[in-house]
Design a binder for this molecule. Structure first.
Ligand code: MG
Length: 164
């Protein structure tokens, strides 16, 4: 079987940790909202956190199916302290843009390596990131539209609780 480059294996292992760190960042946001009594927002971000674990697992499975070893490393605790209900939503946008840049860097490396198999795998993440960025903007837009009115905010909170 054509081997992945050492550099690629290291980079994918780092991405596993980045995805788990994303999960931790969203769990921190979920906790913030639950503690503020916005349990729908909390539940939405808990699901987001689980999705990030699934992303990590996708990269892990990819390493394994290529006969490579997974090397786990420390996950840093999120340092974010939120001053109001809007700032976690900004943090999400910022964070998803950062993750997109990490996926693009992996793609750059796969192109440099002429590693077509990894490019194919990464294309799923490229589309996923487009969706993640879009959804994070949508959520901020909704908050800006409904966040100031308590009744509207409670409706939005209920809507977010429905996320599957
Ligand atoms: Mg992710």
């Amino acid at each position: 079987m054509t081997k992945l480059s050492k550099k690629m294996v290291k980079a994918i292992n780092e991405q596993v940790i980045a995805e788990l760190e994303s999960s931790y960042i969203y769990l921190n946001i979920a906790n913030y909202y639950v503690e503020k009594g916005l349990c729908g927002f909390g539940s939405w971000f808990k699901k987001q956190a689980s999705e990030e674990v699934e992303h990590a697992e996708k990269f892990i499975d990819y390493l394994h199916s290529n006969g490579e070893k997974v090397v786990l490393a420390d996950i840093s605790a999120p340092k974010d302290k939120f001053k109001d209900d809007r700032s976690p939503l900004l943090k999400q946008i910022e964070h998803e843009e950062l993750v997109t840049s990490l996926i693009y860097k992996l793609m750059d490396l796969a192109i440099e390596d002429k590693d077509y198999r990894t490019q194919e795998m990464l294309r799923w993440f490229v589309s996923e990131q487009a969706e993640e960025e879009e959804h994070s903007h949508e959520l901020l837009d909704k908050y800006d539209r409904y966040g100031k009115d308590l009744t509207a905010l409670m409706h939005l909170d209920k809507e977010l609780a429905q996320r599957k």
